[in-house]
Design a protein around this ligand. Sequence first.
Ligand code: UDP
Ligand code: MG
Length: 188
Amino acid sequence: MNIVLFGPPGAGKGTQAERIMNQFNLTHLSTGDIFRQNIKNETTLGLAAKTYIDKGELVPDEVTIKMLESEVKSHPESDGFIFDGFPRTVQQASALDGFLSSIGSSITKMIALDVPKEELIKRLLARGKYSGRADDLDEDIIDNRIQVYLQKTAILADYYNKQGKHFSVNGLGSIDEITVRVFKELEK
Ligand code: UDP
Ligand code: MG
């Protein structure tokens, strides 16, 4: 089983991904977390990603795709993956399909967490107080991330819809309530 966990910044992907990972024995790959780890360790990849992340822009497709493929390959024992925060563009989604197919695999479902914009901004600003993430502290950067999501990423709902793999979940409510909804979609 390979799941794309989809939704705008602040939708709760990371939180729900942790729970899905434990329940379904999947490997959680958050491209944002991997970038932040690389920035912390001052790797070449981290240096390349930092300028984009600080502005709330997307790291270029070729960099992100290459990193994602290498992460998947480094978990040959895995029963499947939860992709969190990836893909973010049609090019990335299509590269992911091609790559998975080359290793005899595919995306099972895309689960989209639906959360209105006002709630996203509220959650991101709240997270900024403890996350140490500069891109959560500045309302202009948050705004830009949401704009980028709407311009480049939201269209992926159509991409997965065409494959009959797109499922929407209401992302408002308690964390537990949302987990119940997500599990229900995954168990279908
Ligand atoms: N980012 C990116 N490509 C990715 C993942 C992250 O360009 O595949 C960058 C982008 O600048 C984004 C930031 O990293 O705004 C934080 O991403 P993350 O997914 O951690 O944040 P979230 O959207 O979950 O709040
Ligand atoms: Mg996240």
